[in-house]
Ligand binder design. Structure first.
Ligand code: C2O
Ligand code: CU
Ligand code: CU
Length: 503
C-alpha cells in the first residue's frame, strides 16, 4: 500500500467504530500538529471496553503435532484460518488462528532436525506467508513478502536446523501490507529449537510465556487500527500471556523455574520485573549465553525480542510478574499505561520442592566473531507532512520507504559486517534482520559509548531514540533478506529494506 492509499484507508477505518471515534476525540488538535508530543497522560480504557477474567491456571501453549515417524524429521501442516475466541465472558471475538489456536501452536524441534511444514492459507481474500523469525533458514523458505501465498493455496516450507541453532524463535505472517493486521488478529507462535544436550537442569522446567496484546471493542471484536496505532504501532488494552490475562502459575517453595519470554506484540515495550525476586538471564533471541547473568531486577523486552531467565521462588506466598514504566517515545495523545500491569501471578506454596540441582557456571561457548571487513550505516527516520488528505507519517531507513522491487545493498555470504544503526528520530525502533543472529558491539548515546553487559546472539535490538547501536552481522546463506523496525505498523509503512546476500 502506498502512503496515499494508506491515508484513505485509515480515514475510512477511523470513522468505522465507536472506539475509533473516541480515539479521534483524544486526537483533537491533531490537525494543528503543535501538540504532537504533548499528551503523555495515561489513556483510560473506553468505559464500555470489556474486562477480561483473570486468575485462571496458566495454560501451556498447544503443540504442533508431528505426523512423521522418521527420527529427525518434523512434518506438519499449519492452516491459517478465521476462528472464534472467548477473551471476555459471553463475548465472541473473531480472530485468525493457526490450526484453530491463537497463540499458534508451539513448534518444538531439535538441532539437526529437518523441518517440512505445509502452510495452508485459508484467510479469506488475503495473501499471507509464514516467516521463521530469527531462524537460519534459506531465504526462499523464509516467508518473505516477495513470496506470497494466495488465499486458498498451500505451500511447503522446508529447511534444516543446523548444529548450534538452539534458541527461542517465533513465527508469524509477513505479507506485504498485511503483516501488522494478521499478527494482531492472532497469527503468531513460538518455535523452540532444543540442543541435543541442554545445560539447564531439566528440574527447572521450561515455561513459555508468550506475550500478545489485545484490544476489544464493546461487542467483542478487535477494532481496526486508528491513526494513533499507525503512528505508534498498535498497543492494545490487555497484555496476555499464552492468550490469558494474568494467569496463575503454582510452584512449590524452593523452585527454580526456567522461563522463555516472547514479546509477540505489535508494538508494546515490556519492561518486566518479578518485584523483589531477581532473575538470572541465561539466554537471548538466539539461545543460551556463555554464562548465566544473575541478580537482574528488571529487563526490557522490546517488540519481537525474547529472553530466557531462571527465577528462584524461595519464599512461600505470591510473586507477580509485572511491568515498570518505560518511555519509548509516544506521538500524539493517549500514551498507554506502561507501568503496573500484572502479567502473571506465581503462587508459591509452603510445600518445599526437591532441592533443585545448581545452574552450571558455563552454558556454552559464544563465538568471538573477529574483525569486520565491511561497514554500513542505517539511519531510521520519521517524517510528518501535511498532504491534501491530512497528515501523512512516513517511516524510513536511510531516507527511503520500503520497495519490494529495490535491493538496498548487496552483501557477500560468509563475510562479517559492522552495521551502525542510528536512531535520531522521536520514537524507539526495535531493529530486526532476517536469516541470521548478530552480536551487539556497543551502544552510543550523547557521545557516550557503552559495551553490552554480556556477549549474546540476537536478531532484534531496540534502538532507543537518540541512540546509535553497532552490531556484527554475518549472513551465511544467499538470497534477499529483510531488515526492519519490528513495530509492525512501522515496518508496514516503509521502515524496511532488503539486503541481497550473494555467494
Ligand atoms: Cu518477525 Cu521480518 O520479522
Ligand atoms: Cu524476522
Ligand atoms: Cu519503528
Amino acid at each position: 500500500m502506498d502512503r496515499r492509499s494508506f491515508m484513505l484507508a485509515s480515514a475510512a477505518t477511523v470513522f468505522a467504530g465507536t472506539r475509533a471515534e473516541a480515539q479521534m476525540e483524544t486526537m483533537d488538535g491533531m490537525s494543528g500538529m503543535s501538540d504532537m508530543h504533548a499528551g503523555h497522560g495515561a489513556m483510560a480504557m473506553p468505559a464500555n471496553a470489556p474486562s477480561l477474567p483473570e486468575g485462571a491456571p496458566l495454560r501451556e501453549l498447544s503443540r504442533l503435532s508431528n505426523r512423521s515417524n522418521e527420527a529427525g524429521l518434523l512434518e506438519a501442516t499449519l492452516t491459517a484460518e478465521p476462528a472464534t475466541a472467548q477473551f471476555a465472558e459471553g463475548l465472541d471475538t473473531p480472530v485468525l488462528a493457526f490450526n484453530g489456536d491463537s497463540p499458534a501452536p508451539l513448534i518444538e524441534a531439535t538441532e539437526g532436525d529437518r523441518i517440512r511444514i505445509t502452510f495452508a492459507n485459508r484467510i479469506p481474500g488475503e495473501i499471507s506467508t509464514i516467516h521463521w523469525h530469527g531462524m537460519p533458514v534459506p531465504a526462499d523458505q523464509d516467508g518473505n513478502p516477495m513470496d506470497p501465498v494466495s488465499s486458498g493455496t498451500d505451500r511447503l516450507y522446508s529447511f534444516d536446523l543446523p548444529e548450534g541453532s538452539a534458541g527461542s524463535y517465533w513465527y508469524h505472517p509477513h505479507p506485504h501490507g498485511k503483516t501488522a493486521e494478521q499478527v494482531y488478529r492472532g497469527l503468531a507462535g513460538a518455535f523452540l529449537v532444543k540442543p541435543k544436550v541442554d545445560p539447564i537442569p531439566a528440574a527447572y522446567g521450561d515455561t513459555e510465556l508468550f506475550f500478545t496484546d489485545l484490544r476489544l471493542a464493546a461487542d467483542g471484536t478487535m477494532p481496526a487500527n486508528t491513526m494513533v496505532d499507525v503512528m505508534n504501532g498498535r498497543v492494545g488494552d490487555h497484555v496476555l500471556v499464552n492468550g490469558q490475562k494474568n494467569p496463575v502459575l503454582s510452584v512449590p517453595a524452593g523452585t527454580q523455574r526456567r522461563f522463555r519470554l516472547f514479546n509477540a506484540t505489535n508494538a508494546r515495550f515490556l519492561r518486566l520485573s518479578f518485584g523483589d525476586v531477581p532473575m538470572t538471564i541465561v539466554g537471548t533471541d538466539g539461545g543460551l549465553l556463555g554464562a548465566p547473568v544473575p541478580g537482574v531486577q528488571d529487563v526490557l523486552l522490546a517488540p519481537a525480542e525474547r529472553l530466557e531467565v531462571i527465577v528462584a521462588f524461595d519464599e512461600p506466598g505470591t510473586t507477580t510478574l509485572g511491568t515498570l514504566d518505560y518511555d519509548r517515545g509516544w506521538m500524539g495523545q493517549g500514551r498507554p499505561k506502561d507501568a503496573g500491569l500484572t502479567l502473571l501471578t506465581v503462587a508459591v506454596s509452603e510445600t518445599p520442592a526437591e532441592p533443585p540441582p545448581p545452574l552450571p557456571a558455563i552454558l556454552r561457548p559464544i563465538a568471538d566473531l573477529g574483525a569486520p571487513s565491511v561497514s554500513r550505516r542505517l539511519v531510521f527516520g520519521e517524517t510528518m507532512t501535511m498532504g491534501a488528505d491530512g497528515m501523512e507519517m512516513g517511516f524510513l531507513i536511510n531516507g527511503k520507504s520500503f520497495d519490494m522491487n529495490r535491493i538496498d545493498f548487496v552483501s557477500k555470504a560468509g563475510e562479517l559486517e559492522l552495521w551502525e544503526i542510528a536512531n535520531p528520530a522521536d520514537m524507539d525502533h526495535p531493529f530486526h534482520v532476517h536469516g541470521t543472529q548478530f552480536q551487539i558491539v556497543e551502544y552510543e548515546r550523547g557521545g557516550k559509548v557503552n559495551k553490552p553487559p554480556y556477549r549474546a546472539w540476537k536478531d532484534t535490538v531496540n534502538v532507543a531514540r537518540g541512540e546509535t547501536i553497532r552490531i556484527l552481522v554475518r549472513q551465511d546463506k544467499p538470497g534477499p533478506r529483510m531488515y526492519h523496525c519490528h513495530i509492525l505498523e512501522h515496518e508496514q509503512l516503509g521502515m524496511m529494506g532488503i539486503v541481497d546476500v550473494q555467494v
